[in-house]
Structures are given as C-alpha cells and as structure tokens.
Design a protein around this ligand. Structure first.
Ligand SMILES: C[S@@+](CC[C@H](N)C(=O)[O-])C[C@H]1O[C@@H](n2cnc3c(N)ncnc32)[C@H](O)[C@@H]1O
Length: 244
C-alpha cells in the first residue's frame, strides 16, 4: 500500500515574501500540493505571498471559504457554515494525503495564531503525519513597521479580537498594560469609541496591510471607518521601561 502523504501547516508571514522562514520555503517548494484559503474568484493573501516560490508542476488547491459574517439571521448560523466549510476542506486535503501526496497548507502570519490552518489541524493531525512551521505574526510585523517596542520587562500583552461586543472590549481593555486589537474591518468604529472612552487614543497606533505593498500607517483619529480593511490592527505598546 502506498505511504500516505504528509501535512504541512506553513506560516507565511504578514505579507512581505522575504519574511518567510527558510524552512517554510523549503517545505513549500517540495510539496506536491499547495493548499490555500481564498474567497471565490480571489487568489487569497497567503497564495499571493508564496506564489513566487512555486513551480508550474505543483498542484494548487483552493479552499474556497463562504462569504459570511459572524452574525447571521436564523436559521443560518456562522458556526454551522464554517464547520461545513472546514469539514469539506479537510476532506479535499485528505484525498491528496491518502493518495500519498504531501500537502502544504499556507497560512497568513502564524498558523496557530488565529490561523485558518488550526481547523484543518484539528481534523487531520490525528490521522496523518503533520508538521507546523511558525510564521511571523501580524502583531509583530505591525510593531516592527510602527517602530513600537511592545512589551518591556514584566508587562502583559492582551490580544483582543475587535469582533467582541463593545462592553466586553471595554472590560478587557480597561487597565491593560499593552494590547493588540485584531480583526478590525467593520468593527473599527466600535473599537475606536471604546479607546476614546478609556482615554487610550494617544497610546493607540493603527496599521493596515503591514509589510504588504499597500501598507498604510495613519493616526487613529484620522482613519475613515468605512475604509478600514480586514488586514488591519491597533497596537497599544506598553509604557517604555525607565532604566535606573
Ligand atoms: C484570522 S487573523 C490571522 C492572523 C494571522 N494568522 C497572524 O499570525 O497574524 C486575521 C487578522 O490578523 C490581522 N492581520 C493579519 N495580517 C495583517 C497585516 N499584514 N497587517 C495588519 N493586520 C494583519 C488583522 O487584524 C486581521 O483581521
């Protein structure tokens, strides 16, 4: 019986292809199949990042995710739509693994940091040899391009999803030492209101598409909410450590 293929979850970093690790590039180039998440009719960010490393003989497997938001009218539910998508995606990847083909799933940033690969890992890692290669996460790319050291000494960093309800955001951000707020997009106006209420506007830094060609850095007060893309985040760096 033919050996089964191996599954690789490759972190491909925040956008700049030079931020891939040597290991990710090596495994990417040697995989028979390269799987990537994408919206219908779109290439997807992860594939755009790695395209220049791929050969013509490598199979590309698009995992087309449904267009949805986290709140859907009944009887639809976000959880069901997403679960069905990942069940189907895992099935497509497993077909190649069963046939003995190695599959590299590319994942923007780090695969285990809010990464789509996590849901494939949950479904497949128990059945197939699986390796995960970490990538540069967006918050560290953001800190680098903003020139903002994030946490000094014993400070605590809170990582918060902008999808949370307004009162929950306020509760989690109140009294935080340093914070990263992800998944802005349509949540931006809500997040900014909370930062205003907490008096954090002076400390909060905004970046969109960090390290990509279209990167933009703006003062938070000047950001137009309707223009905020999904690939954006806010950082609140910890107060600089005063050396004695
Ligand atoms: C599903 S999470 C994926 C996180 C990714 N796995 C990582 O390691 O950073 C998507 C969120 O990450 C953030 N993000 C990812 N790439 C980014 C970039 N290049 N610039 C700014 N924010 C980014 C945004 O907040 C976006 O809403």
């Amino acid at each position: 019986m033919a050996a089964k293929g191996r599954l690789f979850g490759l972190g491909v970093g925040p956008g700049d292809p030079e931020l891939l690790t040597l290991k990710a590039v090596r495994l990417l180039k040697s995989a028979r199949v390269v799987a990537y998440p994408a919206a219908k009719g779109r290439k997807g960010n992860a594939l755009s990042i790695v395209e220049g490393f791929l050969g013509d003989d490598q199979l590309r497997l698009a995992l087309i995710y449904p267009v949805t938001t986290e709140v859907l009218p009944p009887p639809l539910s976000y959880e069901t739509v997403i679960r069905d998508f990942y069940d189907d995606a895992a099935g497509q990847v497993a077909t190649h693994l069963e046939a003995g083909r190695d599959v590299a799933v590319v994942c923007e940033g780090d695969p285990f940091f809010y990464g789509s690969f996590m849901y494939l890992h949950d479904r497949l890692a128990g059945r197939y040899h699986t390796e995960v290669v970490p990538g540069v996460p967006s918050i560290m790319a953001g800190a680098a391009v903003l020139g903002a050291p994030l946490v000094y000494r014993n400070q605590t960093l809170s990582v918060i999803s902008g999808v949370l309800p307004e009162d929950e955001l306020e509760h989690r951000l109140a009294g935080c030492e340093a914070a990263a707020i992800m998944k802005l997009g349509t949540n931006f106006a809500k997040v900014r209101r909370v930062l205003e209420r907490l008096g954090l506007m002076d400390r909060a830094l905004y970046v969109e598409r960090a390290t990509m060609a279209a990167q933009r850095i703006l003062p938070l007060a000047q950001v137009a909410p309707e223009e905020v893309p999904y690939f954006s985040l806010i950082l609140i760096p910890g107060p600089p450590w005063q050396e004695a």
